[in-house]
Design a protein around this ligand. Structure first.
Ligand SMILES: O=P(O)(O)OC[C@H]1O[C@@H](O)[C@H](O)[C@@H](O)[C@@H]1O
Length: 266
């Protein structure tokens, strides 16, 4: 809803450079299809890493009582955000203010959301939130279209100005982000429903679970999906992200628990 142009299409669309075209270079990750404001990469990085960094900072302080040591994760956090921001600007996916807006929004989200983990909620909570968001967005899209505002305006611009058609990826479209989040929400609810509180594992099986989950997610993420018809793509994309919390929270730790339990019995 904030819209926001992206440099890789704005350079052509603005018609400011018709007489003197700047020498620009696009990259495979330049051709994002969503609007540019605020930067999603900066926002997600700032939000997710805040949760990790603030816990690590408190942990280090509780063990060492050293302000210097406990400040190290926060310094790394800032360095990482700057690196992500510069890379988004460098590939022409963003203007600097969009990256700054994304980092600040993500930082606030990280603080707010880390205090509000939806623990102990019934499956119905996740189910209604997931489908409510999905249908709410669809209704908003249809309603605004009736008023002459097309929320998919950026996809046409990305297709027009991307130097390689194969760099346009449907999973960067705004509706893909939404289906991904709604799918993950439902998956989180199902995971909590099937294994409330998750598996409590000692550190070694827990580390093994994390390693196996990472490999599992890598492969789930690489699963090629048919891009036509669109409805099929979005449905499969939704299902793919329902699976993510189930793999990480139920399937892999459950298998590891079974294996270690069996080994102990032997
Ligand atoms: O706005 P940016 O930095 O180009 O990031 C866009 C990305 O933002 C993420 O938040 C979305 O989940 C992705 O689907 C999307 O591609």
């Amino acid at each position: 809803l904030l819209f926001g142009e992206r440099p890789f299409w704005w350079i052509g669309e603005s018609r400011l450079f018709v007489n003197k075209q700047p020498k620009i270079h696009q990259f495979p990750s330049t051709c994002e299809t969503g609007p540019g404001s605020p930067s999603g990469h900066a926002m997600v990085t700032a939000a997710v890493w805040w949760v990790i960094v603030s816990s690590l900072g408190s942990f280090l302080y509780s063990r060492s009582h050293s302000v210097l040591l406990s400040a190290a994760p926060y310094v790394l956090y800032v360095v990482m955000l700057v690196a992500v921001g510069i890379s988004r600007i460098f590939i022409l996916a963003h203007f600097p203010h969009q990256v700054v807006a994304g980092s600040i929004t993500g930082f606030i989200l990280g603080i707010v959301l880390s205090c509000r983990v939806p623990e102990g909620r019934p499956l119905l909570f996740f189910f209604s939130l997931s489908f409510g968001l999905l249908f709410g967005a669809l209704m908003l899209h249809a309603g605004l279209k009736q008023l002459g505002i097309d929320l998919s305006w950026s996809i046409a611009l990305a297709k027009k100005w991307c130097s390689h058609a194969e760099w346009i990826r449907l999973d960067t479209a705004p509706f893909s982000s939404l289906t991904r989040d709604c799918g993950a929400l439902l998956g989180l609810g199902l995971a909590q429903y099937w294994k409330p509180g998750g598996w409590s594992l000692p550190w070694a099986p827990r580390a093994l679970s994390m390693a196996v989950s990472s490999m599992g997610l890598y492969h789930v993420n690489r699963l090629p999906l048919p891009v036509r018809p669109l409805g099929l793509f979005y449905s499969l994309f939704f299902v793919k992200f329902v699976l993510v919390p189930l793999i990480v929270m139920v399937l892999v730790p459950g298998l590891v628990h079974l294996l270690t339990f069996k080994k102990k019995k032997d």
